[in-house]
Design a protein around this ligand. Structure first.
Ligand code: SIN
Ligand code: FE
Length: 315
């Protein structure tokens, strides 16, 4: 992939960085500032905090950075399920550290929730806390199947975790002591989604009457996959189409961003086209934000797709 980014940072329709230099403590962060941050995120921008508000004790950081990566662990991120207080993705050789890793992930997850409950207060009452992850693998040169590659521009859509129109909000912290995490972004879903949907005739396929009838029957029978909404179907098709299109990946204008050590950033990854080019050791917490909590719901991928399809796409 061509990693030489064409600068489009200020251009309309392209994601840009909104830097919040701080301070961002509860006492400094008013409701108006929180609404503005939500609006920036919903517009497809990256809200960037040069000094991470998430404190990670020195000894926890040491353990994460020194985590041994055996060959089987090497290809995996660690996932933490906050609602079950459970860590997955550990290698058997790491059993000795399992309890410590669980505690570290739990602390990171709780601190992220605590911080964002004020920073993005309009979402906090109704969001659903999803997985947190630790990403210990160097992203540069990482091998994966084309649809799983994160170094290709995409909008997030997880095939096994349908959202039924809720938004995917992700909060990252770079804990690498020396190396930045490098991303590319391009046009937002609002700018680019409709073109892609029309070019791929995507709404025609989800509106196909035979297909719709088959879905209705499958849902009634509680068949596997039937809980996926037409919205999830469309978003996943967009995700795959983008990654499969080498010409698009090469030609589309991009911006390159480097998130330095000890910075945090947040983004709606379902409306920011993003790719990670390099970087190692990041922590991340995902939230699902319901459509009803959005500050500008008419700009959401759901609203855009429903207006293109001419019908409701949630179930
Ligand atoms: C992604 O969502 O594509 C991965 C981003 C990252 O790990 O920096
Ligand atoms: Fe992604």
């Amino acid at each position: 992939m061509n990693s030489v980014a064409t600068e489009k940072a200020g251009a309309p329709g392209f994601s840009r960085l909104v830097t919040i230099p701080g301070p961002v403590g509860r006492e400094n962060w008013t409701g108006d500032l929180a609404v503005q941050a939500c609006r920036d995120l919903e517009s497809g921008h990256i809200v960037f905090l040069p000094n991470s508000p998430i404190e990670i004790p020195w000894e926890d950081r040491e353990l994460l950075l020194g985590r041994k990566q055996s060959s089987s662990a090497y290809h995996k991120n660690i996932a933490y399920r906050p609602l079950e207080d459970r860590v997955t993705g550990l290698d058997s050789s790491e059993a000795g550290d399992a309890e410590k890793l669980r505690r570290i992930m739990r602390d990171f997850s709780r601190r992220s929730v605590e911080f964002l409950s004020d920073f993005l207060s309009p979402y906090a009452k109704t969001w659903k806390q999803e997985l947190a992850s630790f990403r210990p693998i160097e992203e540069k040169g990482r091998q994966a199947r084309v649809h799983a590659r994160n170094d290709l521009l995409h909008f997030d859509s997880f095939p096994t975790r349908p959202t039924n129109g809720a938004r995917i909000l992700r909060f990252f912290t770079n804990i690498n002591p020396a190396q930045g995490r490098v991303w590319l972004t391009s046009q937002t879903f609002e700018a680019f989604g409709p073109m892609m949907v029309k070019a791929g005739r995507l709404t025609a396929s989800v509106n196909n009457p035979v297909r719709r009838a088959a879905y209705t029957v499958a849902r009634k029978l509680h068949l596997r996959g039937a809980h996926r909404s037409p919205y999830d179907d469309l978003m996943h098709r967009c995700h795959n189409l983008m990654k499969e299109d080498a010409q698009f990946q090469e030609d589309t204008p991009k911006n390159r961003w480097e998130f330095p050590p000890n910075s945090s950033w947040m983004v709606f990854t379902d409306c920011v086209s993003h790719a990670v080019l390099s970087g190692q050791y990041a922590l991340e917490q995902t939230f699902l934000v319901p459509h009803s909590a959005l500050v500008e719901p008419q700009r959401s991928p759901l609203a855009i797709l429903e207006s293109l399809a001419g019908r409701r796409l949630t179930v």
